[in-house]
Design a binder for this molecule. Structure first.
Ligand code: BG6
Length: 487
């Protein structure tokens, strides 16, 4: 079992949604499973005038809701002893003396400053921390997305944070990298000899990366209206998944080796020309419909959304990577809100056999495919053809091989934030984005944002509860492919 050093996690935004829904439950699970050292403290910063007892009660109520059946009174009691509520205004530079004094009680602890606040506060918090030299020594800062809103603003944030923290101290979270299935993808690719020779243009027909959600904007209308799916999901989560699929084998699992390889992929992504943007990208927005049997209003009727909004809630695109390994292999990326299913998966479609000698029981487009599913459940499945049992002749029918079903897989799968938070405390940067990666991802997305700004065509409407606009199906059919769920 790995050892986690003694720590102080300082949570800015400790009464917010992320802290309550993800961060504190993640730390609770790690505590409950006895993975945290006894002297780890969680210092929760908030502006609200409330007592320690009131704050702990607030976290408990949230924990019962978000931890679910795994919540246990006894482990909760010992966990809550780690929580320390510290009330001050994070924009008041002098108030940081309170925090400095608290941290000085444990000078040897690793210090993790988790900024779960609006990004507009990041620079000010970093500056205020440095005012009391809290950026020195064993200190780390964790930045939540969105890190900027375009290339210029992300550069500005990176440059400003770099005045106070060295790059090795900065942990930029993309929680998709903390998902177990993503790490399993690394294990499968680089822990076996089997896949690597096949992992290239000669054997792979196309790659599909889908992250769809059933939820809508969930009360975040103001944020979403300025953001849209391209910034919210494609620039971050989907491009990170693409890098994990496409990168060359790193020399080792060290953070910079992995991040250097990911960066090379981002640099090799073919830039979109204005013509490509019209041909290879589908921009959609949901209209009223139903998710299952529950009615859903359209995006433009959601609170905080302009009735004539052109913000996209769906994107599908055809990307290409200009390298020897991937030349000519389309990478189809797709994400959307209010879709038919909550689904996150990577599908690697291998080529057809060059010459078929057996009849098939049914028509299958890509008989050999590897499906790495991240959500709603996690699995890795290899699809093959085998002989249909019985009969006089060899007829092929599809079978699947579950690559994720050993005994250990039955243990609880930690949430992405559990893995990522403990990685920060342990000083492991591999699953976090480096500033150059982030900027490169924005560089690729920028021409699309620019073209959409100028374009007066509204996004294509799709019915809530569907798989998106018909143009998304057409995007693949032009190459003779179809999305995984349609095959
Ligand atoms: C966030 C986006 O980064 O990821 C949200 O801002 C989205 O809009 C969320 O809903 C999806 O994360 P997950 O882990 O629930 O798929």
């Amino acid at each position: 079992m790995i050892t986690i050093p003694a720590f102080d996690v300082v949570l800015f935004g400790s009464t917010g949604d992320l802290a309550m829904r993800k961060l504190l439950p993640a730390l609770y699970f790690q505590h409950k499973e006895d993975r945290l050292p006894d002297d780890g403290r969680i210092i929760c910063i908030g502006r609200n005038a409330q007592t320690q007892a009131e704050y702990v009660q607030m976290v408990k109520t949230a924990a019962i809701k978000f931890v679910g059946d795994a919540f246990e009174e006894s482990s909760w009691l010992s966990f809550s002893a780690r929580l320390q509520y510290l009330q001050f205004d994070i924009t008041d530079a002098t108030a940081y003396s309170l925090l400095a004094n608290r941290l000085a009680e444990k000078p040897s602890h690793v210090r993790v400053f988790y900024l779960a606040t609006a990004p507009s506060l990041f620079i000010e918090i970093c500056k205020n921390l440095s005012g009391f030299k809290l950026n020195k020594g064993n200190s780390r800062v964790v930045l939540e997305k969105p890190l900027g809103n375009d290339l210029a603003s992300s550069r500005a944030i990176n440059a400003a944070v770099a005045q106070y923290f060295e790059e090795r101290q900065v942990y930029r979270i993309d929680h998709y990298l903390g998902k177990e299935a993503v790490q399993n993808l690394l294990a499968l690719r680089f822990g076996n000899t089997l896949f690597e020779p096949l992992w290239r243009r000669e054997w792979i027909d196309n790659v599909q990366i889908t992250v769809t959600e059933q939820v809508g904007v969930e009360g975040r209308g103001d944020f979403y209206e300025k953001t849209g799916a391209l910034r919210d999901m494609v620039q971050s989560h989907l491009l990170q998944l693409l890098c994990m699929v496409a990168m060359e084998p790193p020399a080792n699992i060290d953070s910079d080796s992995v991040r250097d390889e990911k960066l090379k992929i981002l640099r090799a992504l073919r830039p979109f020309t204005p013509n490509d943007i019209a041909q290879k990208i589908v921009r959609g927005q949901y209209r009223a419909g139903a998710i299952g049997t529950t009615g859903a209003i359209g995006y433009s009727d959601e609170e905080g959304i302009a009735p004539d909004s052109c913000t996209e809630t769906f994107v599908a695109l055809r990307a290409e990577i200009d390298t020897w390994r991937w030349a000519g292999v389309p990478f189809f990326l797709r994400t959307g809100k209010r879709m038919q299913e909550r689904l996150a998966e990577i599908v690697i479609n291998f080529r057809q056999v060059p010459h078929a000698i057996f009849p098939m029981t049914r028509n299958i487009q890509n008989a050999n495919r590897l499906v790495i599913r991240l959500q709603p459940d996690e699995s890795v499945t290899l699809h093959l053809l085998a002989k249909q049992p019985g009969g006089d002749e060899i007829k092929l029918h599809p079978v699947t091989l579950d690559l994720d079903s050993d005994e250990s897989a039955k243990t609880r799968r930690p949430d992405a934030y559990e893995r990522l938070l403990t990685d920060v405390i342990r000083g492991q940067l591999t699953l976090f984005m480096r500033s150059d990666e982030l900027e490169e991802a924005w560089t690729w997305v920028e021409p699309i944002l620019e073209a959409w700004r100028k374009n007066e065509d509204p996004p294509k409407l799709y019915q809530a509860g569907s798989w998106g606009p018909a143009a998304s199906t057409a995007l693949l059919s032009r190459d003779g492919f179809c999305w995984h769920e349609e095959s």
